[in-house]
Design a protein around this ligand. Structure first.
Ligand code: NAP
Length: 516
């Protein structure tokens, strides 16, 4: 039997009383560790997190909490090699893909530590200037943001076990809220190990960081009115969570990051041979293959002028043909595995759903896997699909294949292209490629209402741009509609979710005493 990873709640390590669920190596199929949450007293765990964790954090200033974040980052950095090994074994990722998750987590923590330091010795935040409530300035209204006296529960997706925890925990802890994380079962090991390292280092107050691995049963029932819930995962699970009685009854504040049919759009005048065309091709291939396409922000739909459909298919296909797929431990492998055999099946199903609406433009499945048994490994080669009638191919605008799959779509003119991008019904990100600043600016504005982020790539930013799918802590992450309607990151804007806005109506003398 493999080791059973303990949970950390009520300030102590507690193992579940069940047999546990096995976490597997998605390339070799071997069992690595087990997780289980059976028998945990979640109501007591949550009460302890609020009473001890949030209270202790909120006794500190923003700058003091920022210093804790910096120390957490240092501790995680010292164990980085161990995280890499766990990611290879449990997520099946090549080193550069593991780095997207692990280094992304460290970078985000570092940013919030810096931004938090600048907030100084306050314990609440000023929200705009005071306004007078009468003719004279004798009586005024000052809005402020105060940390919520609850906890932050994170229910996370399998694809970012490191970043998924810390991109949320950094603003939550900085805001003074205790964190309880429930990682997706398939890849819970890395999250659990990071929490263990931080707990062992004794940096955070008791109750400030808890982890529950395994089933989500009972987690939502234990939420109380001032808690916040941040969920990342599929739209189907999001729908179940939104309708949970705890959320309805207690108005628990929820942030939902769900799936998304993100697009890349080549502007009409960017013909083959132009730098913009090449930049689109490069970015599409990168987005399809980084983490085997298992990024919520990955490009799923590629919109190109109809006249360049063939040339784009050829250029993207030629680059994809060079991508070797297989065992991430083999130095010759560029793209590792999907996270599990179940995800492999889900990608197959997604491809079947798109089959009637598309043609196959590049099929990596004709290339053998490197150092991996196709009957066991969850490795899936890249597949580029195309739909010559983008309007009729409804499935392409509906079905998110969470793997190395994207669909090329021809458009007639720019309004048609923008309308197609909006057929995703709200996405996390769209990227634009071109060389005409005016046209790009107006296209970006047109897409902004239906996208959390618009990423514009022009030749002069070829080396400087941060990548279509890379989520930078400086920018908003989250999109409207189908993408879940969430809003994470975006610098200190992320703190809003963990704070309560209130207005204090008083004399200027009293307002001055608020210490803002
Ligand atoms: P998922 O199946 O929806 O699971 C997400 C999390 O919810 C897991 O921790 C899961 O636990 C938990 N869960 C499942 N059923 C639940 C329930 N009834 N109540 C409470 N929690 C429940 O999603 P996934 O397969 O892990 O992730 C892939 C999806 O996430 C993709 O569609 C992707 O687009 C999306 N995603 C979005 C973002 C974003 O930021 N927008 C980022 C990453 C991924 P178990 O693992 O134990 O089942």
């Amino acid at each position: 039997m493999t080791a059973l990873l303990p949970n950390f709640v009520c300030g102590r390590w507690q193992s579940g009383t069940g047999a546990g669920t096995a976490l597997l190596d998605p390339v070799l199929g071997t069992e690595l560790v087990r997780v289980d949450a059976t028998g945990l007293d979640l109501r007591s765990a949550f009460a302890f997190a609020r009473r001890a964790g949030s209270a202790a954090l909120q006794a500190l200033t923003y700058a003091e909490r920022a210093a804790l974040l910096a120390r957490v980052g240092q501790v995680l950095q010292t164990h980085r090699d161990a995280y890499d090994a766990i990611a290879t074994a449990n997520s099946g990722t090549v080193q550069s893909d593991s780095a997207v998750d692990i280094d992304g987590a460290l970078f985000t923590l570092g940013q919030y530590a810096r931004w938090g330091t600048a907030l100084g010795s306050a314990r609440a935040l000023r929200d705009g200037e005071a306004v007078k409530l009468g003719k004279e300035p004798l009586f005024q209204s000052q809005h402020l943001q105060v940390p919520r006296p609850g906890l932050a529960l994170f229910i996370n997706a399998f694809n970012f076990p490191a970043w998924g925890l810390w991109e949320k925990a950094a603003p939550a802890l900085l805001s003074g809220l205790a964190v309880v994380v429930k990682p997706a079962t398939a890849t819970a090991w890395l999250t659990q190990r990071m929490v263990q390292d931080v707990v062992d280092a004794g940096i955070l107050p008791a109750g400030a960081l808890s982890i529950v691995c395994g089933s989500s049963n009972g987690l939502l029932d234990a939420l109380a009115p001032f808690d916040v819930l941040s969920f990342t995962g599929s739209a189907d699970t999001a729908a179940v969570i939104r309708s949970h009685p705890s959320l309805a009854r207690h108005a628990v504040r929820a942030n939902i990051e769900a799936d998304s049919l993100n697009s890349a759009l080549l502007l009409p005048d960017a013909t083959p041979g132009t730098p913009a065309f090449d930049l689109l091709v490069r970015e599409v291939v990168r987005e399809m293959t980084v983490k085997s396409g298992q990024k919520c922000t990955a490009i799923r739909r590629i919109l190109v002028p109809a006249k360049v459909y063939g040339a784009a298919a050829e250029a993207i296909g030629a680059k994809l043909a060079k991508v070797s797929t297989g065992n991430p431990r083999n130095a010759g492998v560029r793209m590792g595995a999907l996270v599990s055999r179940a995800q492999f099946e889900a990608v197959q199903q997604g491809l079947a759903q798109l089959a009637h609406a598309t043609e196959v433009l590049h099929d990596g499945r004709t290339q053998a896997l490197v150092d991996a048994d196709p009957a066991v490994a969850a490795c899936h080669q890249p597949v580029l699909l195309g739909a010559r009638d983008a309007d009729m191919a409804q499935a392409v605008h509906d079905v998110e294949v969470f793997g190395p799959v994207a669909t090329l779509l021809p458009y007639r003119d720019l309004p048609h292209a923008l309308a197609l991008a909006q057929r995703g019904q709200g996405s996390l990100v769209a990227s634009l490629y071109g060389d005409d600043a005016a046209a790009l600016g107006s296209a970006a504005l047109a897409l902004a209402a239906s996208h959390g982020r618009v990423h514009v790539v022009t030749p002069e930013v070829a080396q400087a741009h941060t990548g279509h799918g890379n989520v930078m802590p400086q920018s908003l992450h989250g999109g409207p509609g189908r993408a879940g309607g969430g809003a994470e990151l975006g610098g200190l804007r992320a703190l809003d979710f963990y704070h309560q806005r209130a207005a204090v109506q008083a004399s200027p003398q009293v307002l001055a005493a608020l210490g803002l």
